[in-house]
Write a protein that binds this ligand. Structure first.
Ligand code: ADP
Ligand code: ZN
Length: 718
């Protein structure tokens, strides 16, 4: 079966290898057992049930809440000649009858259904399904079954009964929402039998995170868009009115954009969404109402003009970028003023407890905006996952900020706050420090000795240093209506000269993250031609362009320049059917380009790149160093001291070799402890450590858990 799954992946879908845990999940489903899959958006959940659907005898029922997604999926499958259909309220009676007939004749491999189909007066439909050979029930967006999720749908509640009525066919539930309450709820409500839970990392490595100060955000947005003239993106704003304002401003500035919010009439909403899906409009300015039904894989950027209310929303909204795995950007404009403004919005009237929860979440979002440490790490830690200190692809990690001794600057600022008796906000304090002549500054303040002692720095620099001082707890903002600056305990240490303050040099604003090194250049002109061919084909087939081929596929074509069919087989996204249907047309364009510009195919470069990637995954030096020391007989603690690292880091290095089979787990963990740890992994998955530690208690260390995880993963692979 294993070989067959790979065969189908390559021939039907045109992909070279499985991603993340896809392969394991597919094996599990094929064995007829219940499964829960948690994978981030864009991770590749659909293939997890589509491939089993093709290998199993009978038809797979796919429950999906969103009509637009259903249509997308079915269109995509049909383009690969896979017999699939959907039943929902948008079809005519005749169309429905046709599908029913195909079902009876056993001609379909996948049937997509809205959950309403299985309820109430539709129970006749369930009776009908009983007579059909059903191989698998796949429940997409499975968090909709839970009240704890952010998108509860009562219709989903019926699914357990439907399943019973259908005679306990194997089921797989899939979702991108991972919190523990929701997860448990899915297992309970769907009554999955001895389920195995697959949790993938929530790291979206291809999304680069940036935060910029929300000053002159429109100007900064212009700069950002100018560098992205041909790319699609979503710009989120807080209010309905600003979606329309900003869309209009952008359109007038030469960046055609359409608004989207819940207050627009249905036709307009559908039209705008459709234009976006089909790349006829590149930019959507939206409230959070936009996105649930968006499956567009080539969204290259997501901008938040205003602060989201919590990390969950931010992660979900930014997650709509880069589903095709290509480099994408998330840009957030942050200001403390937004935090203050949102405080009123997030409170739930008459529910003190929930208000507290929401305020706490808002605070965590604010912290993200003010971080001086890796943003990706913060996000992953937030979802209970571990992460390295430095991701190399967020603004914090990429900034070449230089630290310097800023004690004098800090002392100036703090003494100004003290002199002003902790009664004024940031702007006033800065104007005061800079010796502003403005009327705004009180007459008596102009008499103070501190007045004007900070005139050597610009306003912008002062704002930045004030932010840093706030973030470093040398200053705080008063709670309540007026966020005046106040001193903290740490302030006094600085004022007395007992503590040195390290600040970060103010660099040019909003430096763009440099694009990842690209060994093989993409032929831009060719890419444009390929895109227009794709658009033509999409129009002819009446589907969105990305369903014909993803951007990733076109990039590979324009970079590696395949010149014949054999080359095409190497390109991700070209399966047998698509090579037959579209191969010639694309090859012709590539060949033409190669000839006119006197280029050579770069297919050999592609092969070396793939090999290199494979090798890179295998081993990095820091891990090897830990292993070497360990094999010399040193203890983990000794290695940690020697290398100036945390013991837990050493454990994770060694855990890697356990996973590779180069080190026996018992070298790190007492034999007697292993079964309990494995049992915990079975329940909570192998990604987040904190729930495991919580269950196992003090007798087991994080390091030991890491080592057993390595062991566990190895066993899973065999
Ligand atoms: P999800 O439902 O988890 O958000 P999808 O199933 O829509 O993600 O997959 C996201 C994109 O990744 C799709 O364009 C899909 O075709 C592509 N994809 C999935 N698995 C693979 C793979 N093994 N190799 C290459 N591309 C893949
Ligand atoms: Zn980072």
């Amino acid at each position: 079966m294993k070989q067959q799954a790979l065969e189908v992946l390559q021939s039907k879908f045109g992909y070279k290898s499985f991603r993340l845990q896809q392969e394991k999940i597919i094996q599990r489903i094929l064995s007829g057992q219940d499964t829960l899959v948690l994978m981030p958006t864009g991770g590749g959940k659909s293939l997890c049930y589509q491939i089993p659907a093709l290998l199993l005898d009978g038809v797979t029922l796919v429950i999906s809440p969103l009509i637009s997604l259903m249509k997308d999926q079915v269109d995509a499958l049909r383009l690969n000649d896979i017999p699939a259909a959907y039943l929902n309220s948008t079809l005519t009676n005749q169309e429905q009858t046709d599908i029913i007939r195909q079902l009876q004749a056993g001609q379909l491999k996948l049937l997509y259904l809205a959950p309403e189909r299985l309820m109430g007066q539709e129970s006749r439909f369930v009776d009908f399904l009983k007579k059909i050979n059903i191989s698998l029930l796949a429940v997409d967006e499975a968090h909709c079954i839970s009240q704890w999720g952010h998108d509860f749908r009562p219709e989903y509640r019926m699914l357990a009964e439907v399943r019973k009525a259908l005679g306990q066919i194997p089921a797989v539930a899939l979702t991108a929402t991972a919190d523990r309450l929701t997860r448990q709820d899915i297992l309970d409500k769907l009554q999955l039998h001895k389920p195995e839970v697959f949790i993938s990392s929530f790291n979206r490595a291809n999304i680069h995170y940036h935060v910029a100060a929300k000053r002159n955000s429109y100007g900064k947005l212009m700069q950002f868009l100018e560098k992205r003239q041909e790319e699609s993106g979503i710009i989120y704003v807080l209010s309905r009115a600003s979606t329309e304002d900003l869309a209009q401003r952008l359109t007038e500035a030469g960046f055609p954009a359409k608004p989207y919010h819940a207050g627009l009439d249905r036709d307009t909403k559908e039209k705008h969404q459709e234009l976006f899906q089909r790349d006829e409009i590149r930019i959507i300015v939206a409230t959070i109402a936009f996105g649930m039904g968006i499956n567009k894989s080539n969204v290259r950027f997501v901008v938040h003009m205003d602060l989201p209310k919590n990390i969950e929303s931010y992660y979900q909204e930014t997650g709509r970028a880069g589903r095709d795995g290509l480099r994408s950007d998330a840009l957030l404009f942050y200001s403390y003023a937004d935090v203050m403004k949102l405080q009123r919005f997030v409170e739930v009237e008459g529910n003190e407890q929930q208000s507290q929860v929401m305020l706490q979440k808002l605070q965590e979002m604010a912290t993200f905006g003010e971080l001086r440490t890796c943003r990706r790490k913060y996000l992953l830690n937030y979802f209970g996952e571990e992460a390295p200190e430095d991701c190399g692809s967020c603004d914090v990690c990429l900034s070449e900020e230089e630290k310097f001794d800023g004690t004098i600057i800090a002392q100036k600022a703090l003494s100004a706050v003290a002199r002003l008796e902790e009664k004024f906000g940031v702007s006033y304090v800065i104007d005061f420090l800079r010796g502003s002549k403005s009327e705004k500054i009180w007459h008596q303040h102009k008499e103070l000795k501190t007045y004007g002692i900070g005139a050597d720095l610009s306003k912008k620099e002062w704002h930045r240093y004030m932010d840093d001082l706030l973030h470093l707890d040398y200053l705080k903002k008063a709670d309540g209506q007026f966020p005046v600056l106040q001193l903290t305990e740490k302030s006094w240490l600085v004022l007395k000269g007992e503590e040195k303050v390290m600040l970060i040099k103010v660099a040019a604003e909003m430096e763009e993250a440099t694009a990842p090194e690209q060994a093989v250049p993409v032929e831009d002109e060719l890419l444009r031609v390929l895109k227009s061919l794709r658009r033509e084909l999409a129009q002819k087939e009446n589907v969105p362009a990305y369903i014909i081929f993803s951007d990733a596929t076109l990039h590979e074509l324009a970079a590696f320049l395949p010149i014949d069919r054999a080359d095409l087989q190497q390109i991700s996204g070209f399966g047998e059917v698509k090579i037959k249907k579209y191969g010639e047309a694309f090859l012709q364009l590539v060949n033409q380009h190669v000839r006119t510009h006197g280029l050579d195919s770069r297919m050999p470069a592609m092969r070396t790149k793939r090999q290199k990637n494979r090798r890179k995954e295998k081993r990095t030096d820091t891990k090897a160093e830990s292993l070497q020391l360990f094999q010399q007989g040193k203890s983990v603690e000794a290695i940690a001291r020697e290398r100036d690292l945390q013991p837990s880091t050493i454990y994770s290095h060694l855990g890697f070799y356990v996973e590779q089979g180069e080190l026996d787990v018992t070298a790190l963990v007492g034999k007697e402890k292993i079964p309990a740890i494995e049992q915990a992994i079975r329940t909570h998955g192998d990604i987040a450590l904190s729930p495991l530690k919580e269950q196992l208690g003090d007798g087991v260390s994080y390091g030991e858990i890491r080592a057993v995880i390595g062991h566990w993963r190895r066993k899973q692979r065999r």
